[in-house]
Design a protein around this ligand. Structure first.
Ligand code: 5GP
Ligand code: ZN
Length: 113
């Protein structure tokens, strides 16, 4: 299996996990772009949002609720945070296993700036 995040799911590549359940894993981004930068991913390999299907609706919803939970546990509920997914090359997607970035801990620049 060649997918980096599938390897993080199975544990053959180490990561600083902050959350895990049957469907979802969350861990610290290796190159943080903000004081808090977490990645929330499904255990199931879905390449990008563009590749998600109707049967993935439940896990996509779970990703958002886990994003909310890990943001809360990182102390971001009051100050706020951003949840974003890059889909495809124009968005700058590098890892083709869908992931939601959870960013916060400082005033974030507006998207596009
Ligand atoms: P993308 O541009 O695909 O939305 O973002 C991929 C993210 O994965 C980047 O923020 C990058 O720093 C992160 N990343 C890449 N390789 C690794 C890794 O091996 N471990 C962790 N924890 N994060 C990674
Ligand atoms: Zn994968």
């Amino acid at each position: 299996m060649s997918c980096l995040f599938c390897k993080i799911v199975e544990g053959s590549i180490p990561s600083r996990k902050v959350y895990e359940d049957e469907q979802v894993v969350a861990f610290h981004d290796i190159q943080p772009q903000a004081p808090v930068h977490l990645l929330v991913i499904p255990k199931k390999h879905i390449a990008s949002l563009n590749d998600a299907e109707a049967e993935d609706a439940e896990v996509l919803g779970r990703l958002q609720l886990v994003a909310q939970q890990v943001a809360r546990e990182a102390g971001l509920s009051e100050s706020g945070y951003r949840v974003v997914t890059n889909s495809g090359k124009d968005a700058g997607q590098i890892v083709f296993h869908i992931h939601y970035h959870v960013l916060g801990g400082e005033k974030l620049a507006l998207l596009g700036n």
